[in-house]
Design a protein around this ligand. Structure first.
Ligand SMILES: [Zn+2]
Length: 377
């Protein structure tokens, strides 16, 4: 099950990064932790508080202070409606796979014939054919390193993101897209996975996804630029939405697809808002609201909340001044030999102001419930 084990984390603290969207210098502000191990349930709770992961590094952007605020977006996959354009992408992909092998359709359709196909039917159309021009295989496996995956990643980063070839390394790929604090094995339904897309035996795309108790979360997607005519970025989203629908039959709580952060100010990321019905996470109250409610407000100002409160600390945090010592009694730290102790009994907590502040910031950013469950080490 997803719930076994404990989450063990180290506090990385606040950080400033260059913004990948508007290219601002040090304008992306976040608070981070390193997760050595993490239960899927705890990670689900964290992403529902605006966190995301990059390998084993977990971070929560400060939406108020950052130049291009990153809103958590989710789609209810069980109610997904494809737009006309999205249908076209899917149809084009299927036409490529099926090629000239398409079976003859009945010549005449009744006058009132309307073809209504579900996403599932459309996605699986090539499999219905006896022969296809291209052999498409899609395989889900626990995340792992292979030379073939790395070669695809390197080609994608250099060609699409204009990374310098010497900056793309096997160790970087592993840290970013193979390593995960979530425990996954072949028997487990939840954890961190790679979905491989091969055409005629060649790896043409790779999706990095987390399967969690309530959602499938997209971590990254890369494709061979030689196949960009297939619209693989969009196609992969349909595949992942389908995967949610399939998991939903087995796990009724699992019905959402998280596409990663929605950045209103970045046209490249705007496509995420075109999958319907989608909600955005309110950065203060952590309630979900339909994206339509946000959009008009986001045109005017970059930080939007429907639950404003007076505060002098980052949005969504607990008020550090309101934390009671009693509440910290259940925040535990690993002290060696596998033993744990309440953080307030650690000498450094009493003697070092900066250490104490770091702990309090951590507790306020993850919230009390998670702070009581996760072990600091
Ligand atoms: Zn920016």
């Amino acid at each position: 099950m997803s719930n076994y084990g404990l989450s063990m984390v180290s506090i990385a603290g606040p950080s400033k990064h260059d913004c990948g969207y508007c290219k601002g210098k040090d304008t992306s502000i976040s608070f981070g932790i390193w997760a050595h191990s993490m239960t899927c349930a705890d990670y689900q709770d964290l992403i529902d508080r605006g966190w995301r992961r990059s390998g084993k590094y977990l971070y929560k952007p400060d939406l108020e202070k950052s130049c291009c605020p990153q809103y958590t977006i989710r789609l209810d996959a069980t109610k997904f409606n494809m737009t006309k354009n999205q249908k076209k992408v899917l149809h084009k992909f299927n036409r490529y796979v099926i090629g000239n092998c398409k079976a003859e359709l009945p010549a005449k359709k009744p006058a009132n014939y309307v073809q209504v196909k579900s996403l599932q039917d459309s996605i699986h159309e090539p499999e219905e054919q006896e022969v296809n021009e291209h052999k498409l295989e899609i395989v889900l496996e626990p995340s792992s390193f292979t030379k073939e995956k790395f070669a695809l990643y390197a080609k994608y980063q250099v060609s699409i993101h204009h990374d310098l070839e010497e900056d793309v390394s096997e160790s970087g790929f592993t840290r970013f897209l193979v390593d995960s604090p979530l425990k996954t094995n072949n028997e487990s339904d939840f954890g961190s996975f790679h979905q491989k897309y091969t055409v005629d035996g060649k790896l043409i795309a790779l999706a990095v996804i987390d399967i969690l108790p309530k959602c499938i979360s997209s971590v990254y997607f890369m494709y061979d630029p030689d196949y960009s005519f297939l619209g693989l970025g969009k196609y992969s989203a349909f595949r992942e939405i389908c995967l949610v629908q399939e998991y939903n039959k087995k796990f009724s709580d699992l019905k959402y697809y998280y596409m990663g952060f929605y950045i209103h100010t970045c046209p490249k990321m705007n496509y995420k808002g075109k999958y319907s019905p989608s909600d955005l996470l309110d950065p203060v109250s952590y309630k979900w609201y339909p994206i339509e409610n946000f959009k008009s407000k986001l045109d005017e100002t970059s930080f939007v909340t429907f639950d404003p409160i007076e505060r002098d600390y980052p949005p969504g945090w607990l008020d550090p001044k309101s934390l009671k010592e009693k509440e910290l009694e259940n925040v535990f730290v690993l002290i060696g030999d596998g033993r744990i102790a309440p953080i307030i009994h650690i000498v450094k907590f009493r003697t070092s102001k900066s250490f104490k502040k770091n702990i309090l910031d951590y507790v306020c950013s993850v919230g009390l419930e998670l702070a009581h469950k996760m072990i600091i080490c």
